[in-house]
Design a protein. Structure first.
Length: 123
């Protein structure tokens, strides 16, 4: 983690460096609810291409936010989970959801995604 953020001295820039990828916040949001396999994440974040989802997961893992566990079975089983550091972002993700919900409602846009409101989330 230090290598990617060592030059960043602004708190907001540091956070954006960690979670500012195209699908990183969505990945983190879904992992707050518990471990997920790659296929489940792919279904939950269907707009992400396999290449992009893999890239975002690798960056989150490199930054210490996500763990990747590979089980020695056939076919291969891989699970992703939040680290304690990743779980520390839950309050931020909750506020992002609340802000986005208020924004969409203020624009008269009906919320239509697979995300659960924070009060329904585990963790």
């Amino acid at each position: 983690m230090a290598a990617r953020t060592s030059f960043v001295t602004c708190p907001v820039s540091a956070m954006l460096q960690l979670i500012g990828g195209k699908y990183k916040a969505l990945i983190l949001w879904h992992l707050v609810q518990g471990k997920k396999r790659y296929g489940a994440l792919s279904r939950l974040i269907s707009q992400a291409t396999p290449k992009m989802l893999t890239q975002q997961l690798r960056e989150l893992e490199a930054d210490g936010l996500v763990t990747r566990t590979v089980y020695p079975v056939v076919p291969p089983k891989v699970e992703y989970a939040l680290t304690a550091f990743g779980l520390s972002l839950k309050p931020v993700l909750d506020r992002m959801y609340a802000w986005g919900e208020g924004y969409l409602r203020g624009q008269g846009i009906r919320i239509n995604c697979g995300m659960e409101p924070p009060e329904n989330m585990g963790g």
